[in-house]
Design a protein around this ligand. Structure first.
Ligand SMILES: Cc1cc2nc3c(=O)[nH]c(=O)nc-3n(C[C@H](O)[C@H](O)[C@H](O)COP(=O)(O)OP(=O)(O)OC[C@H]3O[C@@H](n4cnc5c(N)ncnc54)[C@H](O)[C@@H]3O)c2cc1C
Length: 651
């Protein structure tokens, strides 16, 4: 055999051992086919079921059995959802597009974007104008925006995970508006947490958090289980880390040393606000550089970037180690970023539905189009089977039109005096326009300049500043979780891994929904990847991560999922070829709203902040979405929807 052939044979055997050729639920709707519909040069690749429906001249969501939460493979920004928007961005959309057909449909409000902000905007509008007719457009095959649900049938019962937005949680208390909306929807986070959440279940089985050190980064594979009562010296005793690195980690985690003596608490906070956690560890704590890989990805989940790009003050607010001896007073400091503000001043209540905040989106849809979502409580919505064919019925005062990318939102006449807005959208390669008295753009804010090229230049430039943070949440169905039990872990942080964390699904029982209790039962786990480029500014890291996600195939995600699980869980008896039964990769290249970062961004007066300039109403078009609050949280999505609607109703 030539060397090439040997390599190919080796790769083949490796893939086989991982189960890359195993028959699981993962590619069902992946095999896109190029389509050209109705003479229009329809863009790109579409999942088979969408292509088939469009080819038959049917709106896919009206087809019997249409139920996107159960789709596996590449979800989040799924094939078929983004190509039109990218073509608009690249400037070649209109030259290839056919003519826009005037549908003759008229509404009081057209909302672009069916995430929580867009749905909330429709709710707030109807609260003031109960007879209003509203159309909501979204480019995805499901509503909810980031608040999406992954639904599986495992062992004869429904198993749920959040595809994006995880839970009700914010660094500041929910505003009266956001809290009021939750109440209207029947959500009482405090009562639901008490009744439905079982945070102590995994600990009661002896399962703990853990850290996996990989050979490539640390010299050897090792799983460190955070067992009760062990000191850091004991935890690291068998680790491949050098004695100096071990002793510095012990110092960071346990020692109570004032590394900034002679300064007041406020002065210390100001210093910490202006240095990254990485610089704090290296230059203030004077730790060996070998500790950095151990901590580098700790911030990935919350901030989407590593410790090089998050301030020491922000991570102090999240109880990261190394600050025990500084004597910092609780509460916010003059220079804390958004995320630190809520600390000790009181963040919001929290609650996690089994599908994350997708349940909030479902409750909003029930509020807007009751006949589409059976049931009447915040508990029964979890297992409700939505009838997608009822979302866009002509007789309904509120309509949700999926698979529809808005390509233009234009004030009819001069924005200052216009009386209507024309919104054009592309669905299945066909272009249609509708008219409305008002419009809320609740889509990603960076789309706005492409939808409204007439926007003032200053506003367009401000919007360009806001680069969203990319993330990938993968949901993986396992035959059982005996390997977790054998290893004594419920979650793993993997500082050197392709995915930086993985965990067993949270245990929540709500309505008819039950979480598995026996390790022999099938379970869902989640793996999180945040592609970054340490050393760049946060915005540049976000850009690099977006490209990374865009260029990564499902096969690559799958191979990494399998290989990483095999290495971490293999010693507990896990076999990826045997134990993985389904994979859904939710990729969010346009994930978290951009939150200002004091390490890289100027401190503008409030009215000069890019998101404040960027969200300025333009005639009869107002701008919502959590982006326009510069806060990647559901309460921001709701608050901004409310503001946008108030602006329009004041017109
Ligand atoms: C992975 C992930 C985890 C998160 N976890 C949490 C959490 O635990 N708690 C929390 O509070 N927040 C969380 N967030 C933040 C989350 O963004 C907000 O909570 C909230 O869901 C945002 O809602 P939105 O409606 O503002 O935006 P989105 O959810 O982004 O909705 C906007 C919608 O507009 C659509 N759109 C864009 N352009 C067009 C167009 N041209 N035509 C039609 N439609 C268009 C988009 O595709 C999208 O569907 C998370 C975000 C991500 C990505």
């Amino acid at each position: 055999m030539t060397r090439d052939r040997q390599r190919i044979a080796r790769d083949h055997a490796f893939d086989h051992a991982l189960g890359m050729d195993a028959s699981i639920s993962r590619r069902d709707f992946l095999n896109g086919v190029p389509i050209a519909i109705g003479g229009a040069a329809a863009a790109g690749l579409l999942p088979d079921f969408l292509a088939a429906a469009f080819a038959a001249g049917q709106a896919p969501q009206d087809a019997p059995g249409y139920y996107p939460p159960v789709l596996t493979g590449l979800r989040g920004s799924h094939p078929g959802s983004f190509e039109v928007a990218h073509s608009l961005r690249d400037g070649d959309f209109w030259s290839k597009a056919g003519t826009v057909a005037e549908s003759g449909e008229t509404y009081d409000l057209v909302v672009v974007g069916g995430g929580i902000s867009g749905l909330a905007a429709a709710h707030f509008y109807r609260a003031r104008r109960p007879d209003a007719r509203i159309l909501i457009l979204d480019n995805h095959d499901d509503f909810g925006g980031h608040a999406k649900r992954n639904e599986f049938e495992l062992g004869g019962r429904v198993a749920l995970l959040n595809g994006g937005t995880l839970l009700i949680d914010s660094p500041k208390p929910y505003s009266a508006v956001a809290d009021g909306l939750l109440k209207t929807l029947g959500i009482d986070p405090v009562a639901l947490t008490q009744k439905c959440t079982h945070r102590d279940f995994y600990p009661s089985l002896g399962l703990r958090r853990s850290v996996f050190l990989d050979q490539e980064t640390f010299g050897a594979d090792q799983l460190i289980v955070m067992s009760d009562g062990l000191s850091w010296t004991q935890l690291l005793a068998q680790s491949p880390l050098s004695p100096q690195v071990r002793s510095d980690i012990v110092r960071i985690e346990e020692a109570s040393i004032d590394y900034l003596p002679g300064l007041s608490s406020d002065e210390k906070k100001t210093r910490l606000a202006n240095m990254s956690y990485r610089d704090y560890l290296l230059n203030v704590v004077k730790a060996d550089p070998g500790v950095i890989p151990f901590y580098q990805k700790r911030t990935h989940g919350e901030w989407g970037v590593g410790i090089d790009a998050v301030s020491a003050l922000d991570v102090w607010a999240f109880q990261f180690p190394g600050f025990q001896g500084l004597g910092l007073k609780p509460g916010s400091a003059p220079h804390t970023g958004y995320t630190a503000l809520g600390y000790a001043g009181g963040g919001s209540y929290t609650f996690h539905f089994p599908d994350g905040n997708a349940s909030i989106a479902r409750l909003l849809v029930r509020d807007l189009i009751p006949e589409s979502v059976p049931g009447n409580t915040a508990e029964d919505v979890v297992t409700a089977r939505i009838d997608y064919s009822r979302l866009d019925r002509p007789a309904s005062p509120v309509r949700i039109r999926l698979n529809s990318t808005a390509v233009r939102a234009r004030n009819v006449g001069d924005p200052a005096s216009s009386t209507a807005v024309e919104v054009a959208y592309s669905r299945g390669g066909e272009l249609n326009s509708v008219r409305a008295r008002t419009c809320v753009l609740a889509c990603y804010i960076m789309m706005v300049p492409y939808l409204c090229p007439e926007l003032p230049e200053r506003q367009k430039q401000a919007i360009k500043y806001l680069v969203k943070t990319p993330l990938v949440y993968s949901s993986i169905a396992l035959r059982n979780w005996t390997s977790f039990k054998a290893l004594g872990v419920s979650s793993v942080h993997a500082p050197g891994g392709y995915h930086s964390s993985l965990f067993l699904n949270s245990v929540v029982d709500i309505g008819d929904y039950r979480s598995p209790r026996s390790p022999d039962e099938p379970v869902l786990i989640q793996m999180i990847r945040t592609p970054v480029q340490p050393g760049l500014s946060e915005r540049d890291q976000n850009r690099a991560g977006q490209i990374d996600i865009f260029n990564t195939t499902f096969e690559t995600f799958e191979r990494n999922i399998r290989a990483q699980l095999a290495r971490i869980l293999g010693p507990g008896g896990f076999d990826p070829a045997r134990d993985i039964t389904a994979i859904t990769v939710n990729r969010w290249p346009h994930g978290y709203a951009y939150e200002y970062n004091q390490l890289f961004d100027p401190e503008w007066p409030e009215q000069e902040q890019p998101h404040v300039i960027g969200r300025t109403r333009f005639g009869r078009i107002a701008i919502a979405n959590s982006d326009s609050g510069a806060a990647a949280y559901t309460d921001s999505a709701i608050d901004q929807a409310y503001r946008a609607v108030q602006e329009l109703l004041g017109v």
